[in-house]
Design a protein around this ligand. Structure first.
Ligand SMILES: NC(=O)c1ccc[n+]([C@@H]2O[C@H](COP(=O)([O-])OP(=O)(O)OC[C@H]3O[C@@H](n4cnc5c(N)ncnc54)[C@H](OP(=O)(O)O)[C@@H]3O)[C@@H](O)[C@H]2O)c1
Length: 173
């Protein structure tokens, strides 16, 4: 499984349930990586998307504890067991956790690949991703050249799980 996220200097990911910056190159990268795949998100992230709808050309899975929650283009699951049952229908490599904070924190430890866009700015976040550079379990497999858009310098990284399997959480899905 995979995770994809854009972080600022402090591993901040959002503020007031919105993204920290609008970077067209990063949105295009996100679209390229996730189109045709399965994306898993928390209910608040879904509600931050245009028209509160699932993303087009992707299988959208939304986690919420609300029993009667419905959203266009989305498969709604209500707990981790239901999510695990749904995810068992798809190839692990096709699954992307796309946020927000609660989803990243719970599931990064189950991912083999982390697609992390580092935005080199302090963007005043109130939601955060785990600082992967402080973990032993992942290593950088790829670092892109530097880009700059809308005044923000940024770089794409792909992290992979170290082969000794350290830091894998013991909670399988
Ligand atoms: N930078 C990025 O790449 C990126 C990407 C995505 C999101 N974000 C940011 O992340 C922030 C949102 O993060 P967040 O943590 O507040 O919200 P979130 O993870 O998007 O959604 C949280 C909600 O998901 C549901 N949920 C979470 N775990 C669950 C579980 N185990 N079982 C059932 N339901 C569960 C709950 O919904 P109910 O309350 O309905 O029960 C919970 O309130 C925003 O600022 C957003 O912009 C950033």
């Amino acid at each position: 499984m995979n995770l994809i996220v854009a972080v600022d200097n402090n591993w901040g990911i959002g503020r007031d349930n919105k993204l920290l910056a609008s970077i067209p190159g990063d949105l295009a990268y996100f679209k390229e990586k996730t189109t045709g795949k399965v994306v898993v998100m928390g209910r608040k992230t879904l509600e931050s998307l245009p028209n509160r709808r699932g993303l087009p050309r992707r299988t959208n899975i939304v986690l919420t504890r609300q029993a009667d929650y419905q959203a266009e283009r989305c498969i709604v699951v209500h707990d981790e067991a239901e999510l695990a049952a749904e995810l068992s229908k798809y190839a692990s490599d096709d699954i992307f956790f796309i946020g927000g904070e609660s989803i990243y924190r719970r599931y990064y430890g189950l991912c083999d690949r982390l697609y992390i866009t580092k935005m080199y700015a302090d963007l005043g976040a109130d939601a955060f991703m785990v600082d992967v550079d402080r973990l032993d379990g992942f290593e950088v497999l790829f670092a892109s050249e530097m880009h700059c858009e809308n005044g923000v310098e940024y770089q794409f990284f792909i992290y992979g799980r170290k082969t000794d399997g350290s830091d894998r959480t013991d909670q399988e899905i």
